[in-house]
Ligand binder design. Structure first.
Ligand SMILES: Cc1cc2nc3c(=O)[nH]c(=O)nc-3n(C[C@H](O)[C@H](O)[C@H](O)COP(=O)(O)OP(=O)(O)OC[C@H]3O[C@@H](n4cnc5c(N)ncnc54)[C@H](O)[C@@H]3O)c2cc1C
Length: 406
């Protein structure tokens, strides 16, 4: 049986950064990353952006080149899925029947795409966008595709819609809510993106209920809506969120449900087991302590950095301002803070100019900003969120007043 001082499960953003930070913090023990994908860690955001469009080859989205891992003596155990964890024995077992021992375990397994539950959900031509393999499969079918139905008007669905429209496909976006980005953004931002997609030729359907996916010879040929309409297509992309990959930990007795619960140092309730990234359910200081999971590169990296510090003798708590970005067409959205619990929003600038910010307040305090093509507001507004400032809303709305003066 092989054994590592630190075993990291998941070769994604969080797992890779944990190993990088451990070595940066002079950890000298043995480290292995076990991941079920065949690749060494790569960036996931380009999968719905410039990797999907063909503008960036796979080599350019690797988090580090292969030599980096061997030089730093991080063993890459790719193509192996951890099926169970034995916290008492400090071992995990993998799908190929191997047992691997650990001193500390860092669970960084992310999540898998939620799939539709209607008939036709597993037909050929129905795709998710989570892994390189997903996107390669999808890209392999593009030449024979002229019509795409995207189910889910969240960031990933909208980014894919933007890329595929640019590639000349006819795209329909189906969103169950009455606006796109309903879970993550305020209404003015939703309406702005809806209008942008429509202007680019995307057929955006709001309040759309999918009944099933129609098939011919095992392939998707259309999406049937609850009102009976059928949208013919050659490809369906499903972007309706993820299910955190935590079952082996929960089965081993870890607390959690929608993710595995961690404390301020990203420790699970099991001894010597930490969890980080998309799968970690944590009390977030930028959400007034509400227990949430964040799905962002920032969260993955900052949690990894905190655990690496703790494991190298400088106990660190995870308390980092959330940020995120999304690229659609020529629009660069940057968000800082968490808008979930806002009770007011201030529009700063005119959306018609395609460069504006939406600033979210809770009881007068700035809790988040969404900045479209406006790096300056994003950079300066960050301090308002971090310091919990309560500026006069009229001044927030005034584009003549730089945010740094507030
Ligand atoms: C298409 C797309 C676009 C995105 N765009 C953005 C963006 O613009 N900005 C942003 O901030 N974030 C974006 N994200 C989110 C961001 O990529 C994630 O938050 C980030 O990847 C989370 O890192 P992670 O390490 O927690 O999980 P992941 O990167 O998902 O890595 C987890 C890894 O663990 C593996 N795994 C799971 N279970 C097991 C097991 N039992 N055994 C072994 N291995 C296992 C998984 O296959 C995966 O390789 C995007 C995500 C996607 C999919």
């Amino acid at each position: 049986m092989s054994r590592y001082d630190i075993l990291i499960v998941g070769a994604g953003h969080a797992g890779a950064q944990a190993a990088i930070a451990l070595r940066q913090n002079k950890f000298e023990g043995s480290i292995a990353i076990v991941g079920d994908e065949p690749e060494i860690p790569y960036e996931r955001p380009p999968l719905s952006k410039d990797y999907l469009s063909g503008d960036k080859p796979f080599e350019r989205i690797l988090i580090r080149p292969a030599t980096f891992w061997s030089e730093r003596e991080v063993a890459m155990l790719t193509g192996k899925r951890v099926l169970s964890v034995d916290p008492a024995a400090h071992t995990v077992t993998t799908g190929d029947g191997a047992t691997i021992g650990y001193g500390k375990l860092i669970w960084a397994a992310g999540g898998s795409p939620r799939s539709l539950i209607c008939s036709g959900h597993d037909l050929a031509g129905v795709h998710a966008i989570r892994t390189r393999a997903d996107v390669d499969r999808l890209m392999g079918e593009l030449a024979a595709t002229s019509r795409v139905v995207v189910i889910g008007g969240g960031y990933i669905g909208l980014e894919a819609a933007a890329v595929l429209t640019k590639l000349g496909k006819h795209v329909t976006v189906l969103e169950a809510f009455d606006r796109v980005l309903a879970r993550v953004a305020g209404e003015p931002l939703s309406r702005f993106y809806e209008a942008e997609h429509r202007a680019h030729g995307v057929d955006v359907r709001l309040g759309a209920k999918v009944e099933c996916i129609e098939e011919k010879d095992g392939r998707a040929i259309g999406v049937r809506l609850a009102d009976g309409e059928v949208l013919p297509c050659e490809m369906v992309i499903v972007g309706i969120g993820i299910i955190p990959s935590v079952q082996p930990l929960l089965s081993a007795g870890a607390e959690g449900g929608n993710g595995v619960r961690v404390d301020a140092q990203c420790r699970t309730s099991l001894p010597d087991i930490f969890a980080i990234g998309d799968c970690a359910l944590h009390a977030n200081g930028f959400a007034d302590g509400a227990e949430i999971r964040l799905e962002s590169v920032q969260n993955a990296n900052d949690m990894a950095n905190a655990v690496a510090r703790t494991l190298t003798g400088t106990p660190a708590e995870y308390h980092a301002v959330p940020w995120f970005w999304s690229n659609q067409y020529d629009l660069k959205l940057q968000t800082v803070g968490l808008s979930i619990a806002h009770d007011a929003a201030v529009l700063r600038g005119d959306p018609a100019s395609r460069s504006f910010s939406l600033i979210y307040l809770k009881q007068g305090r700035v809790i988040a900003l969404d900045c479209v093509n406006l790096v300056r507001d994003y950079v300066q507004g960050r301090a308002l969120v971090v310091e919990g400032k309560s500026p006069d809303p009229a001044r927030l709305a005034d584009t003549e007043v730089p945010l740094k003066e507030l």
